[in-house]
Design a protein around this ligand. Structure first.
Ligand SMILES: *[C@@H]1O[C@H](CO)[C@@H](O)[C@H](O)[C@H]1NC(C)=O
Ligand SMILES: *[C@@H]1O[C@H](CO)[C@@H](O)[C@H](O)[C@H]1NC(C)=O
Length: 479
């Protein structure tokens, strides 16, 4: 009892030590992003600790958290990713080794604005932090309105724009770009963002009635120009008695407003867009190239396709081999009157081998495993003792992969845990002279596992083991 307590204490303090030490760190203030550009959401472990073996999750915090990105068991898992983030998230794999689990979002969309949680988990440690993102959005082009004359002959102009996030600064400028005194900016918030409105009273400067309204954010700027004909000012002198609305109609006709847009960073933006587009193309090309290479590799193996049939004289008495020698299942009982009490027969392990053996050549065949959840298959060298316990490992003359329940394994020395999606059909490829045994997922044409650098001296037989009443089927060559 004492010993248990002490152990627990030590264990506890070890855990505390760990949790005390490691901590996630991120930005303190909100991050401002620009729609269309890339953004890095910082999150890293302090002190510097590798996160390669940990689980990293990025979530968008709403009423229900949305999965933005998940990294687990050394790979990115996209199954449950929220569709609106598909193809736009990535971690920096090299940085992960240094505990940097920052997320790249490319490109940012206006709808990405919100709260994100970075969560990192290990067997004995857990922490999370929140990162706020604000997306800067550029609003509508400024619109001018002439509202009225004031009683000293000035004209009231209003510059308006909608849909900004965050609210821009609104400036009235003269033709030289100097700010002019104007009323307070009115700001309203609606679903589209911020609407802004700023009023100014201008007088007739005879030759230079040219004004600018500028809307400015951290990353965006927009400017519009209005030129007011001197006659507009004279209209007031001629006839003060005209009703304001009539006057406005008249005035509207003689205002020449030239609107020009200047984006502070237009070049910059376009270059960044080009770079991000190029990067996407390159990533796409690389991934397509990879797929093509993978497929070509698979087809090369398939060139060595052979016809394999099972040898019923080798089958363990509890196994049932179909008449055509293409299927094997495990039965409920031992078969009694088996014809030949054969030396070739497996008597302890539920195994069977092919009739064909292969020597100093390449060969390839496919086995449909589908619903069977307990199997081992691959190749076996001739001299393996079929009467006793079999050790599935190259050292004992078997090169196999296995599914036990829901876990795939490569039966190496020691066993290798394989992370695979459900495999329907396994392709087995052997290059005898090269000392290579490779396994493929036929449906996705992807490589599962290879034993390399082996040295074969004997004949090799296709080997099958099943513990299940669902069949293992050697796919017919004619299929
Ligand atoms: C973090 O750790 C990695 C690997 O241990 C090392 O290469 C790197 O220099 C470290 N960085 C810092 C800032 O300590
Ligand atoms: C994490 O990685 C990103 C991308 O390389 C980098 O921009 C950022 O500075 C890194 N953060 C730290 C703390 O190293």
């Amino acid at each position: 009892m004492m010993a248990v307590c002490v152990t627990l204490l030590i264990f506890n303090s070890f855990m505390e030590y760990q949790t005390e030490q490691l901590k996630l760190v991120g930005p303190e203030a909100s991050l401002y992003a620009v729609a269309g550009e890339n953004l890095v959401l910082p999150c890293f472990i302090k002190p510097n600790t590798s996160a390669v073996d940990m689980t990293v999750e990025w979530l968008r915090i709403e009423e229900m958290p949305l999965l933005v990105h998940r990294y687990r068991n050394h790979e990115d898992r996209y199954e449950k990713q929220t569709p609106s983030y598909r193809g736009r998230t990535s971690l920096f794999k090299e940085e992960l080794k240094k505990g940097n689990a920052s997320l790249k979002l490319s490109p940012v969309q206006a709808s990405d604005e919100g709260k994100y949680k970075c969560l990192i988990e290990d067997k004995s440690w857990y922490d999370d932090i929140i990162v706020h993102i604000m997306v800067e959005a550029q609003g509508s082009h400024p619109v001018f309105r002439m509202e009225s004359y004031d009683n000293s002959g000035g004209v009231n102009l209003v510059c308006e724009s909608r849909g900004w996030r965050p609210e821009p600064e609104v400036l009235w400028l003269n033709r030289d770009g100097d700010p002019l005194p104007a009323e307070e900016t009115q700001i309203d918030r609606d679903t589209e963002g911020f609407s802004v409105k700023r009023r100014i009273t201008v007088h007739d400067y005879s030759d230079s009635n040219r004004f600018y309204c500028r809307l400015q954010q951290k990353h965006h700027m927009m400017e519009a120009e209005i030129i007011i004909n001197s006659k507009v000012f004279e209209a007031w002198k001629w006839d003060v008695g005209i009703s304001v609305s009539a006057c406005l109609i008249a005035v509207g006709a003689i205002i020449t407003a030239v609107i020009c847009y200047k984006k502070a960073s237009v070049l910059q933006r376009e270059k960044q867009e080009a770079a991000s587009e190029l990067q996407k193309m390159e990533e796409y090309t690389a991934s397509e190239l990879h797929k093509v290479e993978k497929y070509a590799d698979f087809l090369k193996k398939k060139l060595s396709l052979v016809d394999v049939t099972l040898d019923p004289d080798t089958a363990h008495p509890e196994l049932r081999v179909s008449a055509d020698g293409k299927q094997v299942t495990r039965g409920d009982t031992r078969q009694k009157n088996l014809s030949k009490p054969s030396l070739k027969r497996f008597s302890y392990y539920y195994s069977v081998v092919g009739k064909q053996s292969f020597y100093k050549r390449r060969f390839y065949y496919e086995v449909q495993v589908r619903e069977n959840t307990w199997w081992t298959l691959g190749v076996m060298r001739e001299s393996v003792n079929r009467k006793g316990k079999i050790t599935w490992s190259p050292q004992y003359g078997l090169w196999t992969v296995a599914l036990s329940g829901n876990q795939y394994w490569a039966k190496a020395d020691p066993d290798v845990r394989l992370t695979l999606r459900e495999v329907e059909k396994v392709g087995v490829f052997v290059d005898y002279e090269e000392g290579l045994v490779s396994f493929y997922d036929v449906e996705s044409r992807s490589h599962i596992y290879s034993f390399t650098g082996q040295s074969f001296t004997e004949k090799l037989y296709p080997y099958f083991w099943t513990w299940n009443n669902k069949p293992l089927i050697i796919t017919a060559v004619t299929e």
